[in-house]
Write a protein that binds this ligand. Structure first.
Ligand SMILES: NC(=O)c1ccc[n+]([C@@H]2O[C@H](COP(=O)([O-])OP(=O)(O)OC[C@H]3O[C@@H](n4cnc5c(N)ncnc54)[C@H](O)[C@@H]3O)[C@@H](O)[C@H]2O)c1
Length: 256
């Protein structure tokens, strides 16, 4: 039986239709959230996550929105204002990854990566922090171990994830005194399909061998293992943690 750390909380998770976001939405609902708002650009996936949570007898509400789009985020804000009038926990998680050397990278792809990974966090925080202010709350951003070290062939992704880590610190500087704690998680390898654009030349067995060699724990994380760290940072168990980048990478960046 999970502790009810999120009883009575309104939780918003972006990119909650699949992978880490779905696991996080699942975890918040499992720990008693009043409602998890499942935001995703993919309507089928958003509905699937909400259905899975609903089937367990918990409350989830799907919202289809591209979180890189200002008008779409504004309509999420309006919907949440009308529906609850408040937000207690926000997990900014939607992301985009494409592989390219910088000399082959188009300006459009650079901008799109920063739009989905960083601009989205600006837009969503700008829209929802006013709904968190009266009661306080917690924001957890999904950064990446890729934001901590340089990696081959992902210049836009690497730079965008580093930006998320420092945006997290900046927001902690501004909002901790208003009882809104802001932190981020830095996952390593998680087999959600998200990394397919950089792994398309490798078989599953080759990926497994590579990860075993690179990662001291010797395997990829499950989405649930990342969600556990997100839930910790969002909970009162982390009541004195702000502006922190929690690395959940099986030791990957500890040994590089
Ligand atoms: N999988 C990994 O190995 C890994 C490692 C480190 C960090 N991350 C980060 O974790 C986050 C989630 O990745 P994942 O592995 O769960 O990927 P995923 O592809 O399984 O899920 C991403 C979800 O985000 C949604 N999404 C994408 N763009 C969106 C947009 N503009 N607006 C709203 N929703 C959008 C997708 O539809 C999808 O449901 C990303 O920020 C990613 O950078 C993943």
């Amino acid at each position: 039986m999970s502790p009810e750390r999120f009883a009575g909380k309104v939780v918003v998770v972006t990119g909650a239709g699949h992978g880490i976001g779905r696991a996080s939405a699942d975890r918040f609902s499992d720990e008693g959230a009043e409602e998890v708002v499942v935001v995703d650009v993919n309507a089928d996936w958003a509905n699937e996550t909400a259905q899975l949570i609903g089937d367990r007898g918990c409350r989830a509400h799907p919202v289809v929105a591209d979180v890189a789009d200002e008008q779409a985020v504004e309509s999420v804000r309006r919907e949440l204002t009308a529906r609850h009038g408040r937000v207690d926990i926000l997990h900014n998680n939607a992301g985009r990854l494409r592989s390219s050397s910088i000399t082959d990278l188009s300006a459009e792809e650079w901008d799109l990566t920063f739009a989905v990974n960083v601009r989205s966090m600006f837009l969503v925080c700008r829209a929802l922090i006013p709904l968190m202010r009266p009661a306080g709350g917690a924001i957890v951003n999904t950064a990446s171990s890729s934001g901590l070290v340089g990696e081959a062939a992902t210049p836009a992704y690497n730079a965008s994830k580093a930006a998320i880590i420092n945006l997290t610190r900046q927001l902690a500087a501004d909002y901790s005194r208003e009882r809104i704690r802001v932190n981020c998680v830095c996952p390593g390898w998680v087999p959600t399909g998200f990394n397919d654009p950089v792994l398309s030349h490798m078989s599953d067995a080759e990926v497994a061998d590579m990860v075993t060699a690179m990662v001291p724990i010797g395997r990829q994380a499950t989405p649930a293992e990342i969600a556990a760290a997100v839930a910790f940072l969002a909970s009162d168990d982390a009541s004195y943690i702000a502006g922190h980048a929690l690395v959940v990478d099986g030791g990957l960046t500890a040994v590089r």
